[in-house]
Design a protein around this ligand. Sequence first.
Ligand SMILES: [Zn+2]
Length: 448
Amino acid sequence: MNKLSIGLLIFSGLLNTACVATPSSTEHNVTAQTRKTPKNIIFLIGDGMGLEHTTAYRYYSDDPATKAMETTIFDELLVGMASTYPDDDTVVTDSAASATALSSGVKSYNGAIGVDTHKEPLETVLEKAKKLGKQTAIVVTSQINHATPASFIAHNESRQNYDQIADNYLSNLIDGKPIVDLMFGGGTQYYIRDDRNLVNEFKDYGYQYTNSLQQLDKITALPALGLFAPVGLPFAIDSGDQPRRLTPMAKKALSLLSLKNDKGFFMMIEGSQIDWCAHANDVACAMGELDDFASTIEAVKAFAEKDGETLIVVTADHSTGGLSIGGYDKYIWKIDLIKQIHGSVETISKTMADSKDVVGTWNKYIDFPLTDEESKLLVTASQQKYSVLKQTLLDVINHRTLTGWTSHGHTAGDVQIFAYGVGADKFAGHLDNIDIAKNIFSFLNTKN
Ligand SMILES: [Zn+2]
């Protein structure tokens, strides 16, 4: 033990003595240095973000002008690894089962939203935080009723029941009120429907509402709801000169949560579309999402650094796509080419199909030219159905950049755990995904 730790121990001993004398002021006596239980908890989930994804992001974000390989926020905060298998015989989890494990500390079946294998509701860390009087928030780039956020807020036997899950955000009440004070993401299609306008119902509960990311400033207090797209937000790589959208949403959420924060808050932030790009085997798309997620982690870390009373935990629900950094038996990965791609494969292939101009579209979105062989392949594919064109474009990009993928689905490799701040040491080493939730619950069972 070093001198500093001994000093802190003596100091905390003195503090405990002081607390015995004046028990009513315990909360105020717990300083940032001695706090063992975080006041604020920020739980970030990179959906589909495996080990290979964060490693790829290190190479992608490296500054080629320097000789050294710069580390990322992921490298800086790495503390452990987690297994992700669900409670069935598949080994490979989906986002619902994994998010339920991460929200409740109980493993369930693929598709389960906050329910156990008997389809009974499980208490989530967000619900527990709300019961303690903490403020609660979710910030995502998917629709807000997608599997990951839904598993913290709702209880349903199937992630596919989107309307029922959306309704549940208004029927799962604590003290007669909805349990989430701030929700930013997509999903107007589910919240403003012919049969029901849930946005108006939230407004009746006093929620401020906006549907424009550019008008986030118009939200001045909690509770608040922001729905910025019919379903998920556009991919970062398709968002023009504002590719980061999770970052500004998270920053705005932090400023709103800080306005009146006597009991602390619990916030879940999801980089939802790392998974979607990986399902599509679209490497440039995935790098765009990772960049937004990494910058969000940097923003919340800056908050926690200043605040001194916050825990940040970051993990993934599973890995997606079976990404390989380097593929096809070649010992190289062409990062420089990936950086020259300025649209998702979905956007580029749709534009190719609509315009019937394969080469012109390629040159519009991608800064390196097609080879003659590649143009022939794409022109032939463009005369067939759309799915053939899209797959051919993926094949061209992945072969050219030497990016390997083994699946359009999830894989069962362990995922990383990153942590910072008060209580971060509890997340070190190998954990199972349910242990992450159990650790968070342990912080929600003690007073300070
Ligand atoms: Zn997925």
